[in-house]
Design a protein around this ligand. Structure first.
Ligand code: NAX
Length: 332
């Protein structure tokens, strides 16, 4: 994928759930070159459900009022065929929200048809080299369902967002070790974007020195630090009365920049498992990845998995396989 063109040809980015709160933080970043740089024009195709079209119209007015020279064409629509046509990059933010008291199966039963329907349309009308990021929850399993429903799209071109969890962990290390986040390396986010996610600080360094002692040692990491990260989303909701949006939007930009442009650092992305670390194929699992540029990546293999880490990785893999079974049963 040639994502940075020297020509004046705009890249087309489709965003679903475009009138929602993450998109409200994300769209200005896309429109002003924070993803592909200030010489790459973009078209924005914005998809919403019919009841949200009026709100979307307001968002579009604001996008126009940004007066960004990079923003060429804006399409606002409730028709996925229009939204996905010729898309180079698709960011799937729109999803049925989890309501109070809703079991995970209920959430899956609402989202499986949405992602299945979108997948088939994308396969037909998007660019032949489209790259798709799934954000809407349950993100890992939505990505799996999407891939099954659109076998003509290479599964490597479909990833799900765990970069927010990764960024939360890097920021925590930086705060504990009194360094800037640019000095933090080696954090890995394993597994599902859910409460079973495993933020792994085993190899984390701050300014080149192991961070684990400043984090309180293994016992404190287990009893306080890992739950702190796993519950961070819930803490934001409790404090703000709304879920993470600004940080989610930035994580989307970070994920896409690493994936599509390249990154020297090892980052975390949910990608189709290739069997690495004993995680069987069939689920989108967050692994440490090295992004090679132009949408190419490789899972970093050979990291030692300690006796401390293994039960966490197994638990989040088990959850993803259980979700996979439920989602497939719903789709049949
Ligand atoms: P909002 O409820 O503010 O926005 C979602 C928007 O999606 C709404 O405007 C809704 O009308 C639209 N929508 C619903 N069904 C649609 C469909 N079939 N086609 C197009 N649009 C549709 O939620 P927001 O806070 O923006 O969060 C969006 C999603 O991101 C949620 O599923 C949320 O759980 C998920 N998140 C995922 C994260 C991750 O790291 N993977 C972190 C942030 C966030 O929690």
């Amino acid at each position: 994928m040639t994502v940075i063109t020297k020509s004046d040809k705009p890249l087309t980015i489709t965003v679903t759930g475009a009138a929602g709160q993450i998109s409200y933080s994300l769209l200005p970043l896309l429109a002003t070159g924070k993803l592909f740089g200030r010489s790459q024009p973009v078209n924005l195709h914005l998809l919403e459900i019919p009841p949200a079209m009026s709100a979307l119209n307001g968002v579009v007015m604001e996008l126009q009022d940004l007066a960004s020279p990079l923003l060429r064409n804006i399409v606002q629509t409730s028709d996925p065929t229009v939204a996905f046509r010729d898309a180079d990059v698709i960011i799937l933010v729109g999803a049925f929200p989890r309501r109070k008291g809703m079991a995970r199966r209920d959430l899956l039963s609402k989202n499986v048809p949405i992602f299945t329907g979108h997948a088939q349309i994308m396969a037909d009308v998007a660019s032949s080299d489209v790259h798709i990021l799934v954000v809407g929850n349950p993100a890992n399993t939505n990505a799996m369902i999407l891939s099954r429903a659109a076998p003509s799209i290479p599964s490597r071109n479909i990833t799900a967002l765990t970069r927010l969890d990764h960024n939360r962990s890097c920021s925590l290390v930086a705060r504990k070790c009194h360094v800037t986040t640019s000095k933090v390396e080696g954090v890995v986010m394993w597994g599902n974007h859910s409460a079973t996610q495993y933020p792994d600080f085993t190899r984390a360094t701050a300014g080149g020195k192991p961070a684990i002692h400043a984090m309180g040692g293994e016992e404190t990491v287990a009893s306080e630090v890992i739950p702190f990260i796993q519950k961070r989303g819930a803490s934001v909701i409790e404090a703000r009365g709304a879920s993470s949006a600004m940080s989610a939007a930035q994580a989307i930009i970070d994920h896409l920049q690493s994936w599509l442009i390249g990154d020297d650092r090892i980052v975390s992305m949910a990608v189709p498992s290739d069997g690495s670390y004993g995680v069987k194929e069939g689920v989108w699992f967050s692994f440490p990845v090295r992004c090679l540029g132009s949408g190419e990546y490789e899972i970093v293999t050979g990291l030692e998995i300690s006796a401390f880490a293994k039960p966490y990785i197994d638990a989040t893999a088990d959850e993803l396989f259980a979700e996979r079974e439920e989602a497939i049963a719903i789709s049949q």
